[in-house]
Design a protein around this ligand. Structure first.
Ligand code: VGL
Ligand code: ZN
Length: 209
């Protein structure tokens, strides 16, 4: 039973913490709950936003564009972000107090210049997979708990894709923090509810697993 459950820790990286390039308000508040949560799971996987310097999502790569503006791409709308999580830099490293030793796999995403990936499963083109779904399926995972940063972007997208791939999916709300620009947090919650993603807490997860 327990071995069919996975904890998926999304993007708990320096650039998303206070002081980072794309700081999520109170982003550091997820670390302690996530470290606690890991004790309740046999299987822990982490995602890591991992972009080349020329990444399409960086406003700095688009002349005349500002951060948080949107552009049209081959795969649809793309929000432009400050340069963040550049592969191999400090900003892309996991938070130093995050207990990464429990992770059996680390899925890097957004690694190609031409396409972003909020989701840990499928890139924004809707076609390029990371292999995470195959990993979970081959391990017999049926239920996935998602936590980390940011609730309204990478957590939401990852949770929705987990549900689409047939996993029973929950977001551990108090082990997440959001960016919340222009109602993005409420929009993300409405969206994941449509895909049957449930919301839970750290305490409920520990008590019921
Ligand atoms: C994220 C924006 C850009 C996230 C990653 O981890 O939520 N957000 N890249
Ligand atoms: Zn990113």
């Amino acid at each position: 039973m327990m071995k069919k459950d996975a904890l998926l820790v999304v993007d708990v990286q320096n650039d998303f913490l206070p002081g980072g390039a794309l700081a999520v308000p109170e982003g550091d508040a997820v670390i302690e709950p996530i470290n606690t949560l890991m004790d309740a799971f046999d299987l822990v996987v982490m995602t890591q936003d991992w972009h080349p310097r020329g990444h399409i999502s960086f406003a700095s790569n688009h002349d005349g564009k500002n951060v948080f503006e949107c552009i049209e791409t081959d795969y649809g709308q793309q929000v432009l972000w400050p340069d963040h999580c550049v592969a191999g830099t400090f900003g892309a490293d996991f938070a130093d107090t995050l207990n990464t030793s429990r992770a059996v796999a680390i899925i890097r995403k957004g690694t190609s210049e031409r396409v972003d990936s909020y989701s840990g499963f499928v890139e924004a083109d809707g076609a390029s997979v990371t292999g995470l779904s195959g990993l979970f399926k081959s391990l017999g995972v049926t239920r996935v708990w998602v936590c980390g940063l940011a609730t309204d972007y990478c957590v939401a997208s990852t949770a929705i894709d987990a549900a689409k791939d047939g996993f029973e999916t929950r977001v551990v709300m108090d082990a997440c923090r959001g960016i919340d620009i222009d109602g993005s947090l409420q929009a993300a919650r409405n969206n994941w509810h449509k895909h049957n993603v449930q919301e839970t807490s750290v305490a409920e997860t520990i008590a019921t697993k």
